[in-house]
Design a protein around this ligand. Structure first.
Ligand SMILES: [Zn+2]
Length: 89
């Protein structure tokens, strides 16, 4: 399991994190392959999937839920970048 120190560092340096329904946080590092792997690994270990009695907590659904957040964060980062670029003009 990932140590909490990583998540604390991420917050200090403003690295975006996504949050699983179980409360676990996954760091979004600028390496999509590594991020995909981290998501995959979490889903394999996620207690909600292991205890899954609800369809909404199936591995597939959680994967969609987490990947959607990755896109949301990417969009937010892009909007923030656009905002900063606009100001400088
Ligand atoms: Zn989880």
């Amino acid at each position: 399991m990932r140590s909490n120190a990583d998540v604390v560092n991420a917050k200090v340096f403003n690295i975006p994190v996504i949050r699983c329904r179980c409360g676990a946080e996954i760091l979004l590092i600028p390496d999509t392959r590594a991020t995909g792997k981290a998501i995959e690994q979490h889903i394999q270990n996620c207690r909600l999937v292991k205890q899954s009695t609800y369809r909404s907590n199936s591995a597939d659904d959680l994967s969609d839920y987490l990947i959607k957040q990755v896109f949301d964060r990417a969009l937010e980062a892009k909007q923030e970048e656009d905002r900063i670029t606009e100001k400088q003009q």
